[in-house]
Write a protein that binds this ligand. Sequence first.
Ligand SMILES: O=C(O)CCC(=O)C(=O)O
Ligand SMILES: [Fe+2]
Length: 237
Amino acid sequence: MSDTLANRIDAQSWEQIVHELDAQGYATLPCLLKEEECQELITGYSADSLFRKTIQMERYRFGSGEYRYYQAPLPPLVQQLRASLYPRLAPVANHWGQLLGHTAAFPAALTDFLDHCHQHGQTRPTPLILKYEAGGYNCLHQDMYGELFFPFQVVFVLNQQEKDFSGGEFLLTEQRPRAQSRGHVITLEQGAGLIFPTSYRPVAGTRGYYKTTMRHGVSTITTGTRYSLGIIFHDAT
Ligand SMILES: O=C(O)CCC(=O)C(=O)O
Ligand SMILES: [Fe+2]
């Protein structure tokens, strides 16, 4: 099997990943991106023609740092990640939807889901690359961008904790109805990905499943510069 990104995604332990998603809401993809692929994405950060919009996070009080949304056509690595991860996650998304009594199902292929987004006026690509310098952070948030949203997203850390930056852990909080929030701190190796819920996850209760509200963010980067790549599957209005 040739070493394409699609093949590397296929070679992941998907049974285990789905089990972790069901059990805890998130799962890691160990070192999926090679160091040179991470470097290619980081180098691309300064190529203005790749992006449709740049956000200074302070301006919106989203945190401190900068991120850039890719424009169509997405760079090959970003497109391959989005198109190959989606079909693995759509069945899990549909299972979660069933547990919560949703009637609509997500199509098996990304192109069909994006057609659906486009018909709803959500036409702008959402994959993004983020850059935080020392002192930077990302406030707890959700990435919905419209009425239609896919319940999972994936983030990749592109450089190396303790070598290129310190601090900057990924944060995930889970709020059960009428209860206090639980926090998870997740550190990712360079090139590793994390699949996590965009907005909620189903949890088994005494009378069926209920929804918990999930938010994510990044703790303060204490030294260096941290880059990450966010793969969001729904397009934006
Ligand atoms: O920088 C990170 O690890 C988090 C980025 C983020 O908020 C996202 O991918 O949606
Ligand atoms: Fe986000």
